[in-house]
Design a protein around this ligand. Structure first.
Ligand SMILES: Nc1ncnc2c1ncn2[C@@H]1O[C@H](COP(=O)(O)OP(=O)(O)OP(=O)(O)O)[C@@H](O)[C@H]1O
Length: 382
């Protein structure tokens, strides 16, 4: 099935966080100066299509007047469903500050505050969401080598966050952006609205994720940890490689049932065309017990993500040649198999996409623009 609309689950779960002063897992202190002059004094907002929107935020492209540089302005409402959510916005700013040294996380440039909104001025990711390539037709879809490079970068970002005890909790193709679409650029992780600080002692309730990407422990109301993000990375890898959302059911209940029963197919044609190590990578993450899942650091060392060894043909002495002949021929065979798998991998979406009716194709693209819905306090239900 094709990935569905990013809506956050109503399931509750628990997050452990660091200290008694921080039972919510929210960071409360920021270093960034909050500017109070009108945003449009210093920026031109580009008219036309928004870059994106959530239930309480609209993202627009803007240009800094003094430098001519492009940015993405995330306008966030402070009151949501009658409640003051400034604390959540401050937390999002604090996480962006904490990750400022990580090139895989979107950079925060400035913050503005108005009567009812705050504006986060973010580095502009011109390539948009990787979601577009995940559901694209064959020619525009990612190739396995692209997925490997992008997945390495996603893991670098997530490993950075996890080293700081921050869990993202909403990793999905809509929150992984690209610096450019063609040529394919680098990734930027965005949207820290659901992120939390985790550690040992206290629990947070009402944390939600997005149904297709949410881990079994979230559905079971069990503690959340960095491993919760790793489940979502497994789903993300599956979607990026195949264009198929592995747990998506006909409705939310069926999706949740598929997740809690780990009802995932590894016999899809699209997967069989890939390097076996890719499937092993996914299997190391889509595991019910969080403690058994690979960590971000483990994943970065996984065989699938290691650079391919090029065979360099150098002149060899006859003695050396006969000595290494057998081993070299085995290497070459392996190399050819990898190349064949890579070439076939490019065709992975053809059958599914071609069998879709125009209506189904429209649906697969439409859901990304669907309005999220929400409930408070504590988290959003999309
Ligand atoms: N820095 C950026 N550059 C370009 N586009 C961006 C940027 N930040 C966000 N967007 C676009 O805006 C969309 C919404 O942004 P974001 O996810 O941060 O908002 P949100 O309201 O918190 O979303 P959600 O309701 O899904 O949690 C993104 O999916 C992306 O398409």
């Amino acid at each position: 099935m094709i990935p569905e609309c990013p809506r956050t689950t109503e399931s509750r779960s628990r997050v452990r966080c660091e200290s008694g002063q921080n039972r919510s897992g929210l960071l409360r202190e920021i270093r960034t100066a909050i500017r109070s002059e009108p945003f449009t004094d210093r920026y031109d907002v580009i008219p036309g299509r928004e870059l994106g929107r959530g239930k309480f935020a609209v993202v627009r492209k803007c240009v800094e007047k003094s430098t001519g540089k492009e940015f993405a302005a995330k306008y966030m409402r402070k009151r949501r469903k009658g409640q003051d959510c400034r604390t959540e916005i401050i937390h999002e700013i604090a996480v962006l500050e904490l990750a400022a040294a990580c090139p895989r996380v979107v950079n925060l440039h400035e913050v503005y505050e108005m009567a009812s909104e705050m504006v986060l001025v973010l580095e502009y990711a011109a390539g948009g969401e990787i979601f577009n390539q995940c559901v694209a037709e064959r020619d525009e879809a990612f190739k396995e080598e692209d997925v490997k490079r992008l997945m390495r970068q996603i893991l670098e970002g997530v490993a950075f966050l996890h080293r700081s005890n921050v869990v993202h909790l909403d990793l999905k193709p809509q929150n992984i952006l690209l610096t450019s679409e063609s040529p394919l650029g680098d990734i930027k992780v965005v949207d820290f609205g659901l992120s939390r600080l985790v550690s040992s002692s206290h629990e947070i309730r009402e944390i939600m994720g997005t149904p297709e990407y949410v881990a079994p422990e979230v559905l079971n109301y069990e503690p959340i940890s960095t491993a919760t993000d790793m489940w979502s990375i497994g789903v993300l890898a599956y979607v990026m490689l195949t264009g198929i959302s592995p747990f998506l059911g006909d409705d939310k209940q069926e999706t949740f049932l598929n997740i809690s029963q780990i009802n995932v197919s590894y016999t899809e044609e699209e997967l069989e065309q890939l390097d076996g190590a890719a499937v092993h990578f996914i299997k190391s993450l889509l595991i019910k017990e969080p403690e058994s899942r690979a960590s971000a650091e483990d994943c970065l060392k996984h065989q699938w993500l290691q650079p391919r060894q090029e065979i360099v043909s150098e002149p060899v002495s006859p003695a050396a040649s006969s000595h290494d002949e057998e081993e070299e021929s085995a290497q070459l065979t392996e190399e050819l198999i990898v190349m064949a798998a890579y070439t076939l991998g490019q065709c992975r979406q053809s059958s599914d996409q071609e069998s879709l009716t125009p209506d189904q194709k429209a649906i697969s693209k439409r859901f990304k623009f669907e309005e999220p819905f929400s409930t408070l306090p504590g988290g959003f239900i999309y």
